[in-house]
Structures are given as C-alpha cells and as structure tokens.
Design a protein around this ligand. Sequence first.
Ligand code: NI
Length: 217
Amino acid sequence: MLLTRQLAFIFNWSHSQIFKSTPIEMIYPIVAYGDPILRKVAQPVPKETDLDLKKLSDDLFETMYASAGVGLAAPQVGLSVRLFVVDGTALNEDDPNHEDFDPSLVGFKRVFVNAQILDEDGDEWAYEEGCLSIPGIRADVYRAETLRLRYEDLDRVEHVATFEGMAARIIQHEYDHLEGVLFTDHLPPIKRTMIKKKLSNITKGDVKVDYRMRFPR
Ligand code: NI
C-alpha cells in the first residue's frame, strides 16, 4: 500500500487510476535502463492486495502492444511487484507447416502472478533478444530449453506448468525482470564492453525510440 501510494505520488497518478477498474486502458511510459527499479528484486503480490491486478495487467498488455513487445514486467512500468504479462502469438508463423512455426507460442497470452521457477532443463540455446527498457540493443542470449514454473493466474489460482521453446524464453526474460536482472547481464564481458556507451546513452535519454519512455534523471 505504501509502495503504491509512493508510486501514485511519483507518477502523479490518481488513486482511481491504480485501484479502481475503469474500462479505459492506460499506456504507461516504459522505465529505461539505468533506473534503479529495474535492479530491485520485486515484491510478491500478497493474497490480500489493494492492487487491481486485472486493471494492472490490462494496462501492461496495452503498454506492451503499443511498443510492439511480446512480454512486459511490472517493474518496467515502475511497479516493483511480481507480475508480468506475455503475448507471444504475434511472434509465431501463421502456417503450422512453416519450419519456424513454434507450437509453444500457440495461444501463449497470459498473466503470471508471483511466478517461481522451480527448475530449468535441457540444452541452452541462443536467440537474439531485445528489451523494451533497452531500446536499440539486441544480442544473443543463451537460456535453458525448458522450465517448470509455479504461478498464480488473475483469479489467484495456483498452477504448475512446464514451458519450452520460445514461450520458455519469454518467461525467462520477464522473470529476470522480477529478479532485477536484464538480458544484457547474460552477455559475455567483451559484448558488454561493446554496448557500454549505448547503454549509458539510453540512461541519458539519448536514444531513438517510438514509444513513450521514462528516463532516469
Ligand atoms: Ni525486458
């Protein structure tokens, strides 16, 4: 409660925007690399909460679609709670016979509350990732093939499920955000050195981006 009051103050949101359901989704500015909130371990959502999780996740989806993302975690809009949304369906090939068709992405639109990775398995594979908080930088990240996840849905019903392929990767990337980890942390030192200047430019707001962002001062 204190946290959200503070956030309401910082972002000049009214309480009604955060706590009461309104049919109008809100597009948040996305927090940029360098903001300390991206480095915090996010807090679990308690069983009893004043947060309107339905409204928050609707807003996260809208914000994500407005910036053409496939996943968005609450810390990326300045809310350090363990909730993220994903929609990987647009990433998939339409034709199931296409060689790049990924069955893991079929219907992969979901809200994850209080996600906990139970274990990861399989060979690590590389894919060129990006992040809405780190515009203009993409790089190969190695991640485990499959994961087992415990999470709650919006009705606070607990699930344990196994994910693989691109669905697993999207979850791993968003889950990292809850742990204060960014995809750039997974890069080899040489690559990190190469993007150092670009990262500091993002923090300064010196970057071309076609969605709304909030840069650290
Ligand atoms: Ni990200």
